[in-house]
Design a protein. Structure first.
Length: 347
């Protein structure tokens, strides 16, 4: 629990850094106003498949954790998840697309880094997911640690922080290496399968999916034990619109508060009719106040949860027990279940 407590303190500090500094008495900020006038919330999807987070199902419909969070935000603002619109973008394209106002917000596994915060002029929400960066390698190479990758060719995805983490880590070990970047994971996967690279640098839960698709599967491929980093993934917005940062932070907090208080898509109406405690009464709009502060109606969280589910429901259908991947939540559990995710206090 000591490690988790440190992560929890870090998450709390990050959440505080993203908060707007004033209360909003019903006046929409520029991004919220644009979304309301357009009647659509525009988010990035992916220029390929990033399974569990952004992928296309058999009916041609986008799905994944990031996709569902965008739909939750669309419901929060516009009343329906169908008001979310998705633009396929590569990792590198997401930032210029946001600054050019081609999209409204980035919900696409964006790690909070100093350069993105200070040089790209982004504002970040509190973290909604944590994941570590590691190396995947074929077992036939006999490598058991990253320290043995001297002279190796490493594949990675362009525009991601994972390739930077790999460079920093391998340089720190004093190793020589060749880092080859691909626009799509499918391209990196092919290079790995065809032995054009010795290892792949990847992120968190996606590595398990990557190995499942690798030639020979988990029997002939492995993830090295070295944990290159553990990074907070947050929602990114244009700098200078503090109100929209509040919208993002309270969307995440409402999903976590709903999970903590047992409010689900199935029982949201029952909970609203008979709130078990003052927090649920405020969360579901029975007691006023949760909407006006954000320039939204008081029932925004009720609509969002009843149509999209709480955080646990979103996780389970995309990554967890109800998905093909069956990934344990681990560090991304609520704080009272051994994880680091914690909502802000609703008062």
């Amino acid at each position: 629990m000591q490690i988790n407590a440190k992560f929890l303190m870090f998450a709390t500090a990050l959440a505080g850094a993203g908060l707007g500094s004033q209360a909003w008495a019903g006046e929409p900020g520029p991004t919220l106003q644009a979304v309301l006038e357009r009647g659509k919330l525009i988010c990035p999807s992916h220029n390929g498949s990033y399974r569990g987070f952004a992928e296309v199902d058999n009916e041609g419909r986008w799905k994944g954790l990031d996709i569902d969070l965008c739909r939750a935000m669309a419901t929060m603002i516009l009343g329906s998840p169908d008001q979310a619109e998705f633009v396929p973008l590569s990792w590198a394209q997401r930032f210029p697309a946001l600054q050019a106002k081609e999209i409204d917000v980035i919900i696409k596994l964006t790690e909070w880094t100093m350069s993105r915060d200070t040089e790209l002029n982004l504002q970040m929400s509190l973290p909604y997911f944590y994941g570590g960066t590691q190396f995947a390698i074929k077992t036939e190479h006999g490598v058991t640690s990253a320290a043995e990758l001297d002279g190796a060719t490493i594949c990675g995805e362009a525009g991601t922080s994972t390739v930077r983490h790999a460079a920093n880590y391998l340089t720190g070990l004093g190793l020589e290496y060749d880092l080859v970047q691909y626009e799509k994971q499918e391209e990196a996967q092919a290079a790995f399968n065809e032995d054009r690279c010795d290892a792949f640098i990847g992120w968190g839960p996606n590595l398990a999916v990557f190995l499942a698709d690798a030639e020979g599967g988990a029997d002939k491929n492995m993830i090295l034990p070295d944990l290159v980093n553990m990074g907070p993934q947050a929602i990114a917005m244009r700098e200078g619109d503090d109100q929209f940062v509040d919208v993002a932070n309270w969307m995440i907090s409402a999903l976590l508060l709903a999970e903590y208080n047992g409010v689900t898509s199935e029982n949201a109406q029952e909970m609203r009719d008979n709130p078990p405690n003052p927090v649920v009464a405020k969360l579901l709009g029975v007691d006023p106040g949760i909407g006006e502060r954000l320039g939204l109606p008081d029932d925004w969280a009720y609509k969002m949860i009843s149509q999209n589910g709480n955080y646990a429901e979103i996780y389970d259908r995309n990554l967890g027990a109800n998905s093909p991947y069956k990934l344990d939540r681990g560090v991304n559990s609520l704080w009272n279940h051994g994880g680091v995710l914690a909502p802000m206090t609703l008062d």
